[in-house]
Design a protein around this ligand. Sequence first.
Ligand SMILES: *[C@@H]1O[C@H](CO)[C@@H](O)[C@H](O)[C@H]1NC(C)=O
Ligand SMILES: *[C@@H]1O[C@H](CO)[C@@H](O)[C@H](O)[C@H]1NC(C)=O
Ligand SMILES: *[C@@H]1O[C@H](CO)[C@@H](O)[C@H](O)[C@H]1NC(C)=O
Ligand SMILES: *[C@@H]1O[C@H](CO)[C@@H](O)[C@H](O)[C@H]1NC(C)=O
Ligand SMILES: *[C@@H]1O[C@H](CO)[C@@H](O)[C@H](O)[C@H]1NC(C)=O
Ligand SMILES: *[C@@H]1O[C@H](CO)[C@@H](O)[C@H](O)[C@H]1NC(C)=O
Length: 466
Amino acid sequence: MTCHKMSQKKIFLVLIVICTVSLLLHRGGHFNWNMEVFHPGCTTLPSHPAPGLKPKQTNIVFLKTHKTASTTMQNLLFRFAERHNLTVALPVQACGHQFCYPRSFASQLIHPHTLPANIITNHMRFNKAELKRLMPNDTIYITILREPASMFESLFSYYSHHCQSFKRVPNGSLEAFLKEPFRYYRPEENESVYARNTLTFDLGGNKDRPATDVLYAKAFAEEVERVFSLVMISEYFDESLVLLRHLFSWDLDDIIYIKLNMRTSSSKRSLTPDLDAKIRAWNSIDAYLYDHFNATLWRRLSALGLECVTREVRLLRQAQEKLMRTCFGNQMPIFRSAAEIKNKDLRPWQPSEKVDIVGYDLPGNISHEAQALCRKYILPEVSYTQMLFNSQSLRHRRIFQKQTTQKSHSLQPPIHTILPRHSQVYRSQLPSTDAVGTPPRKGSTSTQKPATDNKMFKPRFTNTKA
Ligand SMILES: *[C@@H]1O[C@H](CO)[C@@H](O)[C@H](O)[C@H]1NC(C)=O
Ligand SMILES: *[C@@H]1O[C@H](CO)[C@@H](O)[C@H](O)[C@H]1NC(C)=O
Ligand SMILES: *[C@@H]1O[C@H](CO)[C@@H](O)[C@H](O)[C@H]1NC(C)=O
Ligand SMILES: *[C@@H]1O[C@H](CO)[C@@H](O)[C@H](O)[C@H]1NC(C)=O
Ligand SMILES: *[C@@H]1O[C@H](CO)[C@@H](O)[C@H](O)[C@H]1NC(C)=O
Ligand SMILES: *[C@@H]1O[C@H](CO)[C@@H](O)[C@H](O)[C@H]1NC(C)=O
């Protein structure tokens, strides 16, 4: 009898154990997530803020390179800045949405309403001395590179209508260009920056050093390594974000993104090993940089622990999927060509009829909160820059008005400085505080339609000297 009771008890205990285990295994989602976060091999940073944690890095220079997934990264930084009330330095109107690229960056190209700045991320040609003068002394510099062959194919197609070096090529043939590049390429032309060693040029280097000058490439890579604390790699975007999260002490939420500014697969082409080799030879400094920093990235990922990285990448992708479900209902989003996107602000800029840059539309049946949240993730570069400018400008004027009313009820007339127009873009000194508090310029109010025309894209040069 007792013996029978004992075995019943045992069976009962075994059942409880089985139940508990299966419950744990099938709980899914939340529970697994916590287990993973507190995995002993990976405790460098929890995914949520905890007391005693290093504060988040908020002063950042992101050098936005061309055709490298940098628009997605810029969107991530814009959203971070908005959530944390940070100021993003934005270009004066005469520069469009870029800092008068391909001119070298100068602090006078920043609109005074967007100073003092925490973050700078719009397209520019890098200029360390000017940035150092402008940014707080604890600023961290980061950038992103892409594999040179696929990058050049992308540049060749994206700028086929804007870059003379590419326009001269018969039938727009990449093969023809690479066979005799010097027949079509003119280094002195403004747009030649898209036709050779574009990454090197963006980073402030000399794109026209001959391929034989390996010492230059090596010295330049070392210089980049000294300035930039992290060089991300497009092909390993999520892994790069994990490194960024650790470097910046950010939360998992801070690195969630939706991919932006992509071509349809029909306007991409695959490359033969022969073309691949020719592109690398033509863009030899970029190729050197890429190989150098890809190796650096993987060394650093190994140092962090590849298991830990894989786990964080998985968490990031889970969070992304959840966001996609919130934003696009239960089905995954469909890429749409610009013409198909109903909301004009959400249409990405189209370089030509030959290249289709796809974007997203939001379904009408999601909640208002979801609309407001999701819109930010898919807002194209030009629209977002304009929107940030409007909100920062408003905040700037509000703070200024408060300061003047607090200071005194002086009878001085309001300051009516003419705000930076073309002539002031080239001032040699920093914008003075006199420019602060002037009424908004025409054309910078929210009623202005986002400048998505070709003029915004082309750098506008004026010959005015300071
Ligand atoms: C940002 O500013 C708003 C309004 O001034 C304030 O309500 C909010 O708490 C601030 N957020 C942070 C993170 O400082
Ligand atoms: C950075 O700037 C702050 C305030 O402007 C100053 O107190 C600090 O000493 C500076 N740090 C360095 C390393 O220069
Ligand atoms: C350009 O295309 C035309 C017609 O398709 C062809 O006859 C010509 O040989 C091509 N030229 C080059 C340089 O490929
Ligand atoms: C570069 O652009 C400016 C303004 O668009 C133009 O005046 C200048 O001639 C161009 N330079 C070259 C070499 O094309
Ligand atoms: C980047 O480096 C890793 C590690 O060395 C290598 O496996 C990978 O092939 C490289 N990627 C490219 C695109 O060269
Ligand atoms: C929104 O509509 C689509 C079909 O148009 C549907 O599949 C989806 O479930 C709807 N989402 C919500 C949240 O109602």
